[in-house]
Ligand binder design. Structure first.
Ligand code: SF4
Length: 60
């Protein structure tokens, strides 16, 4: 059992699969952005790094 006073190390997560196929970072349902920002809105969590193909700026 882990010591409750011990701080856990930062975790790196990986996007397992992404269904947003019109994003320029999506290749065969895999994210190649390197890192992403997750935002929470009224619709729930969404990817803040999403960038439509042909657009060079991420979603505001
Ligand atoms: S940046 Fe976001 S929307 Fe685009 S492929 Fe990666 S996880 Fe999907």
């Amino acid at each position: 059992m882990q010591n409750p006073l011990e701080k856990s190390l930062p975790q790196t997560s990986v996007v397992g699969a992404c269904t947003v196929t019109d994003c320029k970072f999506n290749e065969n349902h895999e994210c190649h952005a390197g890192s992403i920002e997750v935002r929470v809105s009224g619709n729930g969590a969404e990817c803040g790094t999403y960038t439509p193909e042909g657009n060079t700026r991420p979603r505001p």
